[in-house]
Write a protein of this length. Structure first.
Lengths: 228, 198
């Protein structure tokens, strides 16, 4: 690149730089130097609208961004259905059409990881064992992200407190696995990808004091093996 | 000001603007959303019983596809009654059965009241959702010798919905749970009816 090339007016003799990054940086630098007030204002507005809308969409897409209480592998969501819910939780509920559980009604707990901290994967086998906090009824369900696979036969999606088979001491052991298992077998909802567990406690005193919940009062999630 | 300074100022202003847009949009989403529970509930506002939101699969019959809850509990039948208190107080009556039932009253900002069938009096659960003015009126008109079993709840906003949840602990109880949701009645409590009934 010669000095004459660089001095040439824009559009007449463009510098033929081999490095695209250098050319891009040069173009940006020139644009900044020549930018008029109007284009700077437009740039400001575009930046504000773009980043503002983008981050708002990101924060309210999918699950709740804040308000969870981590207890072992589980996350309790005691406030998402109450009047004291944070604006993000309200926006998430509104976008998904979700009807959250009210504080006097019950509490939702979700788990996307096992006790070791690795993500729940549909190709692996997990043991969900232990007890639940006091509640009149509870259900454990598993779901994958997005709509369910139509090819997959609709098998069991969860267990309720009444129908589960228990050990002699009242504890229960659920095997979440893609393969058929003895005992409380919960089939994987899909062939591959991440899955989530949901533990819903109905009519429970825990909803009012989720902060005091201990990991020992919730079922432990242990990975026993993976197919792949 | 140098061109670079002008550009940096524009970027900083843009980022501040982005923060304002972010906060504004998050706060406006519940109000503007067309797919939230309140907007969908108002579609079935004319019904005098709970509109089924999630009907449990029974036998070979799968759950109907119009269920719009994102990740529903497969053991809990959900119904919804929308109310508009401008038309009068809303009365929700549920008969308790063998299945666990809960009622939650949601306003624009979230659920402000919830009750389960353990609070039922003689097998019935009667909620009356009213505004502050309607509550004062009901108190003023109340006959002191008349004992009411209604649970009166003052709603913060005129519009909202009551959610009915019935838990089927066993798959064989699912038809009963669906029927129990349908059996909950939601009617506008007109003063004339009140006198005729009392």
């Amino acid at each position: 690149m010669s000095a004459a090339d660089r001095a040439a007016p824009l559009g007449v003799g463009r510098p033929r730089a081999n490095d695209t990054a250098t050319r891009f940086a040069g173009a940006v630098g020139r644009a900044i130097r020549r930018a008029s007030t109007v284009s700077l204002i437009l740039y400001t507005l575009a930046l504000g609208a773009g980043i503002g809308l983008g981050t708002a969409d990101y924060a309210t897409r999918g699950g709740y961004p804040f308000g969870g209480v981590r207890v072992g592998a589980w996350t309790a969501w005691p406030r998402v259905g109450s009047v004291g819910a944070d604006p993000y939780a309200r926006a998430v509920n509104a976008r998904r059409g979700e009807i959250p559980l009210a504080v006097g009604e019950g509490m939702l707990l979700t788990a996307a990881h096992d006790d070791a901290g690795s993500d729940l994967d549909a190709t692996c086998t997990y043991i969900i064992a232990g007890i639940t906090p006091p509640a009149r009824a509870w259900t454990v369900t598993v779901a994958g992200r997005g709509p369910r696979d139509a090819a997959q036969p609709a098998l069991r999606e969860g267990f309720t407190a009444t129908e589960i088979l228990r050990e002699r001491d009242g504890r229960f052991v659920i095997t979440l696995s893609p393969e058929v298992q003895a005992g409380n077998w919960l089939p994987m909802p899909r062939a591959s990808g991440p899955v989530r567990l949901a533990l819903r406690l109905y009519d429970t005193p825990v909803a009012a004091s989720a902060g005091t919940l201990e990991a020992a009062a919730l079922p432990a999630i242990t990975r026993t093996g993976c197919a792949a | 000001m140098t061109p670079r300074g002008r550009f940096l100022l524009a970027t900083a202003t843009g980022l501040v603007l982005a923060g304002l847009v972010h906060i504004g949009v998050v706060l406006l989403i519940p109000r503007l959303s067309k797919v939230d529970a309140l907007s969908r509930a108002l579609v079935g506002e004319t019904l005098d019983h709970a509109m089924p939101v999630y009907t449990l699969a029974t036998g070979d019959t799968p759950s109907p596809p119009e269920a719009w809850l994102p990740i529903p509990d497969p053991a809990v039948a959900v119904g919804i009654c929308a109310y508009d208190l401008a038309e009068g107080p809303m009365r929700v009556s549920a008969r308790t059965g063998p299945l666990m039932l809960s009622l939650a009253v949601h306003g624009r900002r979230g659920a402000f009241y919830a009750v389960t069938d353990q609070a039922a009096v003689r097998g019935g659960l009667d909620l009356v959702v009213l505004t502050r003015a309607q509550y004062d009126e009901a108190l003023a008109n109340a006959d002191e010798n008349d004992v009411t079993r209604d649970v009166r709840i003052v709603a913060p906003d005129a519009k909202g919905y009551v959610v009915v949840r019935v838990i089927a602990a066993l798959p064989s109880q699912r038809p009963a749970a669906n029927a129990a949701v349908q059996a909950v009645s939601c009617t506008v409590d007109l003063p004339a009816d009140d006198k005729a009934g009392g």
